[in-house]
Write a protein that binds this ligand. Sequence first.
Ligand SMILES: [Zn+2]
Length: 121
Amino acid sequence: MTKVKQRRSGSSRATAGRRKGTKARSKTQSGKRKKRAAGKPKRPVVQETPRSVRVRMLDPQAKCGSGTSVERLFRVDEKMKGAVVTHLVFFDRHGLYCEHGRACPAVDDVRRAHRNLDWTR
Ligand SMILES: [Zn+2]
């Protein structure tokens, strides 16, 4: 007589041990971290200078008197960053110059706006 048969009940251990390690990884990292703002351009590519200039020709006689040597007179309204700067640009025997000096950018603005005129002295 042997009692070997009773040992069979131990086989159920195998299935119990399997449960370990099958823990589903609930910590799934959401891959939606990199959000791309599609259709929204960062910045306009063309960087226009925020400077608008309006050149107007004035009558030098009316402004400087009938005996003035000023041949041409221009008023330049320069708008930059919301601020408006007014230039008076003269053209006489000395050439073209702004009230702020010859290096003032308004001088070039007048020259550019009136390419057809002869600016040589
Ligand atoms: Zn000026």
